[in-house]
Write a protein that binds this ligand. Structure first.
Ligand code: 0A1
Ligand code: ZN
Length: 879
């Protein structure tokens, strides 16, 4: 059992740093058995600190201290304390130089924080607190310094040596070694430091900025990936142009580099001038990447690039402000993706993620505000709340201010705070100052955790021709936060007349020229809105475009939902009406498993499949039934087996009754010409693969033939994987075994495809029962040290294969607990993320809850539990 409990860090304890660092000079000597890091810090007392003669406090983690000197004089043992996690020098002058030499072992670094080795190359990950694993340093984002970095390594093994900024010197050294020196002119926090050394190929491109400067773009990858760089480089150029056009942001260095590494805890990292990516989030070719992967890569390349302004030039004062850079940057990348593809589809995808996973987080034991007030382990706070809800908060500001004032606000923010480490409050203030709007109540979005719920009721006064909407809001209690205040919520609405026409929204009788959509601003616990001149009871279309991250409760009838599916001019709400209808139908089957499936749902799906006049990208989304995870999120005491059974029953019913339409849809969307990534071609592939999946779900023989043929002849991974997934999720046991084997043999050399291959099985209730999952862990391609492989098997099983994970015998929970304990020793960040499904035990029906809780207790009782896992497990088990 763990003995030393991790500390809780509180925002209210924030103090400015006692010392500032102006310049950092680093020299890395890289060897096979370790690395020696020479650091020279130019330090001075912070004039803004009231600390008097506070000691100099430098963070450190897993470092061997070789020497420390002050202004060139070695410090004697009594002059400093090496506390293990810090180096403390008690009496220092006003300004001085500190020389520190440390020894580290990147080859044994399985946590993948700091400097580590991945497939033979050296690379770094310093956000949030990884720099302290490299050398002793005031590792906090409000200490910003200029970095100069010299890297020395064997020339043959590591011909490429990279760091932030511009290369300023290079040369040969004795013993077949060489060096390169990099200088970054922009002061930055240590979390943006990066270093890469390896035998990598270089892909080059250029970009001319709006002021006519030519920027060298370079991508570095292992030689076997040389053919998978073009898409990311193009996406980078699109991002650079877009940020100039939409935000007026020009790139600032002369060179911008992207590196792909196989072992990486997250998706990618925005290090200044040297972005490091998880291979799966940057490498792509038509043969190996799905449409979804291409879209993800484009979004992540943009996200990391956009951080150059929202995160790097203007950074966070402390880690409580993480959403300052992440929420804003996710909002920016979402705007970019919407501009590059279909805005409605992008909105549907974001809202789905939010409603399924962020709402669950907001209702779970780790619920926290967009700006948390405390944390134990900051890496546990790279959450959907910080990223996605944080982006929604920025989006609401955008909606409240409008395009032009929002742009003036962001200009003011960048100009006012360039080169500074600031807070979310500074961001909101810039928006207020530029627009003249008062956002004081709006700030509650940053302070209060939990998903606000809106309960809407309506009345129609036929005599007065008045339609009245009453909206009540409540923000639920969350751990440590009760009695919350009402928030400022932009609530976009429209009303539809009997013939489907949008009605003018008149607030008073007699006025004309009223808009057909309004953004109602909710600020009180209850509002009543009267709409005049309404001659018949309308159907309300609420929360259009998902204008706020809230739950809406309104008693729509099935008839009304069908009507909205057909008539709502808001694409998002058309989709949402279909989802609500499907949820209602599935839920009624949970209560009464023998009941008939609503025939109008079948008709609605039939007309979707037949109506080729509709936006096919939207149709492709509308055909997806709500996921099991979403159905669980919506229920009080989730009975997973019942949810699974009901959803499968609806799917089978639809597929059986729509077989002809599905076959027609399949054929009519067959591949035409060369592979393209336009929204239309993506939609066609999606429709076709959905049709195929449904046909195989009901064991259709013709579907089987089509799937096998598609698997054989597809010229792209979307179609190949679509066919494989359909087979894996079917009862054609022999055929799916064959298909899996053939697929593996064809792509065994490609780690990204092997990850897909793992996850298709692990996420399938048919092919991914526990014995099969255990076999996957023993497969030659599985690697415990590689986070992508761990996620593609264990993560996919526990978060997507819900019926198997929640096996009523508790075996899925026990399995996850065992794997989490195992991973906790090597990579606590990954272990802590993987354990999440168990921490939600309170959400489930009693028979599940008991077993989940006891699996979680087993994790809690593990010897030497990491601080990462300690925090989530203890918060989940707390009363
Ligand atoms: N800032 C990166 C995400 C990131 C966060 C933490 C990491 O290591 C613990 C790595 C990457 C982004 O938003 O893309
Ligand atoms: Zn980010």
């Amino acid at each position: 059992m763990r003995t030393n409990q991790p500390q809780t860090i509180c925002l209210s304890d924030y103090k400015v740093p006692a010392y500032l660092v102006d310049q950092v000079d680093l020299r890395f000597e890289l060897f096979e058995d370790g690395a020696r890091v020479h650091s020279v810090l130019s330090v001075r007392r912070n004039p803004e600190s009231s600390g008097g003669d506070e000691p100099l406090y430098l963070h450190g983690d897993s470092l061997v201290l070789e020497s420390v000197a002050l202004n060139g004089t070695p410090l004697a043992a009594g002059d400093f304390d090496d506390l293990g996690d810090a180096l403390v020098v008690s009496s220092v002058p006003e300004a001085f130089e500190l020389q520190v030499v440390t020894w580290i072992e990147p080859q044994n670094n399985t946590r993948l924080e700091g400097l580590y080795k991945s497939s033979g190359m050296f690379c770094t990950q310093c956000e949030a607190e990884g720099f302290r694993c490299i050398t002793f340093y005031p590792d906090r984002p409000d200490v910003m310094a200029r970095f100069r970095t010299r890297i020395e390594a064997d020339r043959d093994a590591y011909p490429v040596l990279l760091s932030n900024g511009n290369p300023v010197a290079k040369g040969d050294l004795e013993g077949g070694r060489h060096y390169v020196t990099w200088e970054d002119p922009f002061p930055k926090p240590a979390y943006l430091f990066a270093l890469v050394a390896g035998d990598l190929v270089e892909k080059k491109d250029t970009f001319t900025t709006c002021s006519g400067r030519s920027i060298d773009l370079r991508m570095y990858v292992e030689p076997r990936n040389a053919q998978k760089c073009d898409f990311a480089l193009d996406a980078l150029k699109r991002s650079m142009r877009w940020d100039e056009d939409v935000y007026g942001r020009e790139y600032d260095l002369d060179i911008f580099m992207i590196v792909a590494v196989d072992d990486f805890n997250m998706g990618a990292m925005e290090n200044k001038g040297l972005n490091i990516f998880n291979s799966s989030c940057v490498l792509a070719s038509q043969e190996t990447a799905t449409d979804a992967a291409f879209q993800r890569i484009e979004a992540i390349v943009a996200h990391e690039y956009f951080h150059n302004w929202s995160g790097n030039r203007v950074t966070c004062r402390d880690w409580f402000q993480l959403s300052l850079k992440e929420g804003f940057t996710v909002f920016r990348d979402a705007q970019f993706s919407a501009d590059m593809g279909s805005p409605t589809v992008k909105r549907i995808e974001d809202a789905t993620l939010l409603r399924t996973a962020q709402f669950a987080e907001d209702a779970g034991p780790m619920a926290h505000p967009v700006r948390p007030a405390s944390y134990m382990e900051i890496s546990n706070f790279y959450t959907l709340t910080i990223y996605e809800k944080g982006a929604e908060v920025v989006r609401m500001i955008h909606n409240l201010l409008g395009e032009s004032l929002f742009r003036q606000g962001s200009d003011l923010y960048f100009q006012r705070h360039d080169g500074q480490a600031v807070t979310t409050d500074d961001f909101v203030r810039a928006m207020e100052d530029a627009s003249g709007r008062d956002l004081s109540q709006f700030r509650l979005w940053y302070e209060q955790a939990g998903t606000p719920a809106l309960t809407v009721t309506d009345e129609f006064d036929e005599e007065r021709c008045v339609y009245r909407l009453t909206v009540r809001q409540s923000v639920p209690d969350t751990p440590g936060q009760t009695g919350k205040k009402p928030q400022h919520i932009p609530f976009a609405v429209g009303l539809l007349g009997r013939d489907g026409q949008p009605l003018p929204l008149l607030f008073s009788a007699g006025s004309d020229d009223a808009p057909v959509e309004r953004v109602l601003e909710l600020t009180e616990r209850e509002h009543c809105f009267e709409f005049h001149g309404v001659s018949e009871r309308p159907v309300p279309s609420l929360l259009r475009g998902f204008s706020a991250p809230v739950r809406v409760h309104y008693p729509w009838t099935r008839e009304q939902l069908l009507f909205l599916m057909n008539h709502d001019p808001d694409g998002f709400n058309r989709w949402d009406a279909g989802q609500r209808l499907a949820v209602d139908v599935i839920q009624s089957l949970i209560v009464a498993p023998e009941a008939e499936v609503e025939p109008r749902l079948v008709d609605a799906y039939r007309s979707l499949l037949r109506n080729t006049g509709l936006d096919q990208a939207l149709v492709a989304k509308m055909l997806q039934l709500p996921s099991e995870a979403y159905l669980i999120e919506l229920s009080e005491q989730a009975d997973v087996a019942a949810i699974h059974r009901a959803r499968e029953a609806v799917l089978s019913h639809l597929a059986t009754h729509l077989r002809d339409e599905l076959l027609a849809c399949y054929h009519c969307n067959s591949a035409q010409g060369d592979y393209q990534l336009t929204p239309d071609s993506v939609a066609r592939r999606s429709l076709r693969n959905t049709a195929l999946g449904w046909l195989l779900h009901i064991g259709d023989q013709q579907g089987l033939v089509l799937a096998q043929e598609q698997l054989r002849s597809a010229d792209n991974m979307t179609d190949r994987l679509g066919a494989l997934r359909a087979l894996v999720n079917s009862d054609f046991v022999e055929e799916r075994t064959q298909a899996l084997e053939g697929f593996y043999q064809a792509f065994r050399e490609d780690p990204q495809v092997v990850e897909l291959w793992f996850s298709v099985q692990a996420a399938s209730v048919r092919a991914g029962q526990l014995p099969q999952i255990t076999q996957l862990l023993e497969h030659e391609a599985f690697d415990w040290k590689n986070p992508n492989k761990v996620r593609s098997v264990i993560g996919a099983f526990a978060s997507q294969n819900l019926a198997a994970f929640h096996n009523p015998d508790g075996s899925g929970y026990a399995f996850l607990a065992t794997q989490v304990c195992r991973l906790d020793d090597s990579n606590p960040q990954i272990a802590s993320r993987l354990v999440t499904p168990l921490t939600r035990w309170r959400k489930f029906a009693p028979e599940y809850r008991v077993l989940m809780k006891s699996a979680l207790e087993r994790v809690r009782d593990k010897d030497r539990l990491s601080g990462d896992v300690y925090e989530v497990v203890h918060k989940s088990l707390a009363d």
